[in-house]
Design a protein around this ligand. Structure first.
Ligand code: HEM
Length: 370
């Protein structure tokens, strides 16, 4: 796909055009046919000059979509087009307006699904897979440039979701039966395995004002990017095992729940409202039951430790290498240029690590001592 920014032929050198098209006064002059709202914001160089620009897309309608599968597929496609358009030049040339042709159908599909109009875990992982061959090997439906490492990242996360299915089923039965002990004793041991938080327009220094969805809202809207923190499975296990933690963590994870498909959110909330499993184990006085409960808590803490190792390798180390100009293929999503989220106030992403560690430590504290 060729986007207008790269192929703009307005006659001005990009270098001479200032820091990018999002700046009033810099960039290329608005071209004939540019949408008025974007023009009013001083956004230049997004005119319908080339193949593939969302400004040239026909106005799509969500009315023709039938059923949740088609809606999810549409959300997946629209969110990828949005990401491609917004981040095609990294964090330096971000745009402020999503053209109406894209914004309106994206908004309509999102409303129908109860999902936010941004690429989220439910798109990136849950809706983004297909069987490649009769042996059941999997492939992604859509990927982005840097495809190989990204494909691995998506599919590994999907396999983690799949591995969690027995646990979710047992957990669901467990709270449905008012916490009878048998299902818990049968709980599987999880092999830890390990996403990256995808570019957001909330609390992101590269897009401080958020994004205007033209034809939807005149005010910029802010949404967090996709992260496996939006995965229902970990939220469900936490609620089942009574892992809560401090206000900061709870606020973040509560926000992430707004990015889940509504039935997933309802499932997690239902577990939360059920009689606490932990209390049942405590009052049973059954040592085997307590040991089984503790194995589940430890498996969850081990998963989180492994996750920290993976985040270190694929985000922190890759970002450090990129900063030093030593990035190699396969170094992970941060290999091109360190994302600003990792550079905030020079912390090198330490805020992310202290957050992840505190979640892991809170999980460990969930063990019931003898
Ligand atoms: C290369 C692989 C991965 C990377 C680089 C990564 C990165 C991150 C980062 C940076 C965060 C901090 C919060 C945020 O920015 O959204 C996070 C949180 C989180 N991630 Fe991952 N992640 C990876 C794989 C996974 C997988 C496979 C899962 C499980 C399905 C997962 C589950 C979570 C959860 C549940 C959180 C919230 C904190 C917690 O509950 O422990 N991540 N991840």
């Amino acid at each position: 796909m060729v986007y207008c920014r790269k192929s703009c032929r307005c006659g001005r050198e990009r270098r001479a055009a200032g820091r990018g098209r999002g700046e009033a006064g810099g960039g290329c002059p608005p071209a004939a046919g540019a949408a008025p709202a974007a023009g009013a914001l001083g956004i230049a160089c997004r005119a319908p000059r080339s193949r593939g620009s969302p400004w040239q897309m026909p106005q799509l309608s969500a009315r023709h979509l039938r059923g949740r599968e088609e809606l999810h597929l549409a959300h997946l496609v629209l969110s990828f087009i949005t990401m491609g358009y917004l981040w095609q030049e990294g964090e330096e040339g971000t745009v402020k307006v999503l053209p109406q042709n894209l914004a309106v159908p994206f908004w309509e599909v999102s409303q129908a699904l109860g999902l936010p109009p941004i690429l989220c875990h439910a798109d990136f992982v849950l809706a983004n897979w297909r069987r490649k061959d009769p042996d059941g090997n999997l492939d992604t439906i859509i990927s982005l440039p840097g495809a190989e490492s990204l494909r691995g990242f998506i599919l590994v996360t999907l396999l983690v979701e799949k591995a969690a299915v027995p646990g979710i089923k047992v957990g669901g039965r467990c709270f449905a039966q008012s916490c009878q002990p048998r299902p818990l004793l049968a709980a599987p041991r999880y092999q830890p395995d390990c996403s990256v938080s995808l570019c957001s327009w909330k609390d992101n220094p590269a897009m401080p004002g958020g994004l205007v969805y033209e034809g939807v809202s005149d005010e910029p809207l802010a949404y967090s990017g996709g992260s496996a923190a939006q995965s229902t499975v970990l939220h469900a296990f936490d609620e089942l095992l009574g892992i809560r933690g401090g206000e900061k963590r709870s606020a973040f994870l509560r926000r992430m729940r707004q990015y889940m498909p509504p039935p997933h959110r309802a499932f997690v909330e239902e577990i939360r409202r059920a009689p606490p499993l932990r209390q049942h184990v405590l009052s049973s006085g059954d040592a085997r039951l307590r040991a089984a409960f503790n194995r589940c808590v430890c498996a969850l803490a081990d998963f989180r430790s492994y996750h920290i190792t993976i985040v270190t390798k694929y985000i922190a180390v890759a970002a450090a290498k990129a900063k030093a100009g030593r990035a190699e293929p396969g170094d992970g999503p941060a290999a091109g240029k360190p994302p600003s989220a990792l550079e905030t106030k020079g912390t090198g992403g330490s805020h992310i690590f202290s957050f992840l560690k505190s979640v892991r430590d809170t999980t460990r504290e969930g063990v019931i001592s003898a």
